[in-house]
Design a binder for this molecule. Structure first.
Ligand code: HEM
Length: 446
């Protein structure tokens, strides 16, 4: 069992020991892999600390958890992103040269592009595309064998986001591009074979989009004029020169990939509806005011994002020596902030392990470092995800499609599926296998 390493006796000098508590395992990569979402929170609780040190991927790594640690982690005077992400993730999930690895003024200039592309009017357009695609693809009751919600959502989202972003995608290419985009977030941290497939998928996707960017710049089509994709192709970071075409392709993938990844949240939201029957009944109460019904749907979405796992942690590097809570942080050290554990921090959340959407009914905006499944702080100036509006709105849309009286409901086939917490991302087993029902009234979604 992992325990605290022996620490030097402090009797002679009554000053705080600046070394963080350490796990005794030489390297914790396998332990982290076995339980990626709870690894940091569990050890921090056992050690009675918000920061401890271990080795991950053979490198000493500081692990931080909780709302106070999150505030610290997003202080750009103390942590930077350049050089923080493991190479294996750069080769798959993120790509190289993109916004995730930038700092300071250069980061803010690149980030401004994403903030502009995800402004509310643009999100409205994406929601409309997804609504059309979802309604067109949803099978009539009895017209299809049971299917996984996760796999159903992926081509729908790929089709919709490519149309919205202005990336031409012939129908015959939809299955291939969907598979490749999914590989980037559902394979990067899988076994060796899945990881190699994710690397290959990124190479193919970057090559495809690099060609489209070059064609667009040369006036040979490639991307739809005036679209989000074309804005990325023309973006200059304030230098007067457009980004290298390969970097523009990486940033375009930063728009396409995460929209397809909303399929993870949709499966988790289906699981939540299926499992939490009291909360489902609360959601379905026939309230006369449509605004109140919508407020409840928004609260349900927020609680799915808080309660369920997605990314376990984010990485940064200490960029200046400092002391926090009596622990010395040294320049160059790698640090991981526990996203999942912070969303369950008892100092920020009452009854944190209970799924209770009512907590958001009258207060949808928790403090900026408490609800951090998509990062913390301010999205315009820090690394917080610019796609929170997109994820929340798409989840709200699909929830409404499921629950409307004349909507597109389903019921789960077979036994209630368990949540696989040892995979990345965590998912209901089988991606939640369902079949459509004729009248999706509340009682039928069981
Ligand atoms: C599917 C649900 C999503 C989850 C769980 C998620 C999660 C995250 C997380 C954890 C980060 C890192 C925060 C940090 O480094 O501190 C991030 C960053 C980012 N996300 Fe999302 N995201 C999602 C959806 C989206 C969407 C729909 C977009 C589309 C615009 C998007 C675009 C980005 C970009 C460009 C960054 C990098 C921001 C930066 O480094 O400044 N994400 N996301």
């Amino acid at each position: 069992m992992t325990t605290l390493a022996d620490r030097p006796a402090a009797a002679a000098t009554p000053v705080a020991d600046p070394a963080p508590p350490r796990l005794t395992d030489w390297d914790s990569t396998l332990a982290f892999r076995r339980d990626p979402y709870r690894f940091i929170g569990r050890h921090a609780a056992a050690l009675g600390t918000e920061v401890f040190e271990t080795r991950l991927l053979w490198r000493p790594t500081l692990c931080l958890t909780g709302i106070k640690a999150a505030r610290l982690f997003y202080d750009p005077a103390r942590f930077q992103r350049a050089g923080a992400a493991p190479g294996a993730l750069q080769a798959t999930l993120f790509g190289r040269g993109g916004v995730q690895g930038m700092d300071g003024a250069a980061h803010r200039r690149r980030k401004a592009l994403f903030v502009a592309l995800t402004e509310p009017a643009a999100v409205d357009d994406l929601v409309a595309e997804v609504r059309r695609a979802w309604q067109a693809a949803w099978p009539a009751p009895g017209a299809s064998a049971p299917f996984s919600l996760y796999h159903f959502a992926q081509p729908v989202l790929t089709h919709a986001v490519c149309r919205w972003a202005g990336v031409p995608l012939p129908a015959a290419e939809l299955p291939l591009r969907t598979r490749q985009l999914v590989c980037l977030f559902d394979g990067a941290a899988g076994g060796l074979a899945a990881h190699l497939r994710a690397r290959w998928a990124r190479r193919r996707l970057e090559a495809w989009l690099t060609r489209a960017v070059e064609a667009s710049r040369a006036g040979r089509g490639g991307l739809v004029a005036g679209s989000a994709a074309e804005r990325i192709a023309r973006h200059a970071d304030g230098t007067g020169r457009p980004l290298p075409a390969r970097v523009a392709a990486v940033e375009l993938l930063n728009l396409l990939r995460p929209v397809v990844a909303v399929s993870v949240y949709l499966s988790l939201m289906g699981q939540a509806l299926h499992v939490h029957r009291g909360e489902r009944a609360w959601l379905l109460q026939p309230l006369p005011d449509p605004a109140e019904r919508e407020a409840r749907r928004r609260a349900f979405v927020q609680e799915v994002r808080r309660h369920y796992p997605f990314f376990p942690a984010v990485a940064a590097r200490v960029c200046a020596d400092f002391t926090w809570q009596g622990v010395a942080f040294r320049r160059g050290q790698r640090a991981l902030l526990d996203l999942y554990g912070t969303c369950h921090d008892p100092r920020a959340w009452a009854d944190p392990w209970t799924f209770r959407p009512q907590r958001f009914e009258h207060d949808e905006r928790p403090p900026p470092f408490a609800l951090i499944p998509q990062g913390g702080g301010d999205a315009a100036t820090h690394h917080r995800c610019p796609g929170e509006g997109i994820a929340s709105r798409l989840m709200g849309l699909v929830l409404q499609l499921w629950l409307d009286e004349d909507g597109l409901g389903w019921h789960v086939v077979g036994d209630p599926p368990a949540l696989a917490m040892d995979r990345l991302p965590a998912l209901p087993l089988g991606g939640l296998v369902v079949e459509p029902v004729a009248r999706p009234a509340a009682a039928l979604i069981v």
